[in-house]
Design a protein around this ligand. Sequence first.
Ligand code: ZN
Length: 200
Amino acid sequence: MELKEIDELIKAVSKFPGLGPKSAKRIILKLINNKDEIMKPTINALANVYKNISRCNYCGALKSLKEECNGYKNCNNLQKKFSKICVVENIADQWSIESTNIFSGYFHILGGTISGTIDKSQRQLVDSLVERVKKQNIEEVIVATSATVEGQTTAYYIEETLKNTNVKISKLAQGLPVGGEIESLDDGTLFSAFKNRVQI
Ligand SMILES: [Zn+2]
């Protein structure tokens, strides 16, 4: 294409997961052809998320910048007290687990796997997990990381870190397909892996 603006937009949208240049172009055409109905509300919604949403550096959940991290399953939830924390790699994993309705408790989102060197924000999130377990009288930590080498290394790291707290630690049941990422599992598989979780 010859229009610089369009080229730049195609480049940006092509970086979205699951999209290549071809589907990016289709999306952009749709936006251009529906400037008021689709493009404008999308721009506004994106700007609002950019300005107002961030990740909590204590539990890793998404939160509003204007408020405490007090969503239903977030760390600062004062309405409901849960006794379990589920540790996941990404927010998408939390959403998958939520959609199975098998877990009722807090989430702790690491923001990726931990292998080799641990970066500063992950170190902070691991430390805050230990703190949550102690402060919130948590009875069980369910480590729901992927069945990949990185996911299992991460699970081992979490187990080692929590060893001294005496909290019950469990892992999703075997039977997860090897290499399986939590967010890409179907609800049934995830449900039974969760239900049949094993204590470490
Ligand atoms: Zn939080």
